[in-house]
Design a protein. Structure first.
Length: 185
């Protein structure tokens, strides 16, 4: 098994040992649902709610090395904790609190990437919502790969139901338009 999967298992075992709600997002979820691609870090969404983040952050920082100075302050301000696994692989933990994030975590399922590596990853639809909302060029490439592999199986109404209010909040209706264009292609 490679270092990325080792790191993902390490953080997964840590959060599972505390019975925390979580799922793997980002590049590893894209590999599950879309086209294989290179990814160098593990992205995890951890349900902390609003106002209760600090105990989670402090507990994680007791075990994992932070990748930046003042990681606790950064995490509480930007809702992302930047740590490293014991093998040095970067792990980005998103401190989840929104209803969409809670539902995404509830919908997550396990996937065996290798015989000794089963990871709880978000659904294909949830990856698309996250990637479209991020709205970076590489995210749209990931979305295209997921659409190619999963198109007939996707619940597009779920995607639009969750992506639309996020885009309304961000005042970016062009994201919805771009997603609908990809669907029609």
């Amino acid at each position: 098994m490679n270092g990325l999967f080792d790191a993902a298992l390490e953080i997964q075992q840590f959060v599972q040992s505390r019975s925390w709600s979580y799922c793997i997002i980002g590049g590893l979820a894209v590999i599950r649902w879309g086209e294989s691609r290179m990814t160098q870090d593990v992205d995890l969404s951890l349900l902390t709610g609003f106002g209760d983040e600090k105990p989670y952050v402090l507990d994680i920082l007791k075990t994992f090395r932070s990748r930046i100075p003042q990681a606790e302050i950064f995490a509480l301000q930007y809702r992302t904790l930047l740590i490293a696994a014991s093998n040095g692989t970067a792990i980005d933990i998103s401190l989840a609190a929104l209803p969409f994030e809670e539902q995404m975590i509830e919908r997550a399922t396990s996937f065996a990437f290798a015989p000794e590596c089963s990871l709880l990853t978000c659904s294909a639809e949830d990856v698309i919502v996250l990637k479209a909302f991020a709205n970076r060029a590489k995210d749209w490439i990931d979305i295209e790969g997921i659409l190619i592999r999963q198109h007939q199986a996707l619940d597009t109404s779920y995607i639009l139901t969750h992506l639309t209010p996020l885009c309304d909040m961000k005042e970016t209706p062009e994201i919805i338009e771009k997603f609908q264009e990809l669907l029609a292609a």
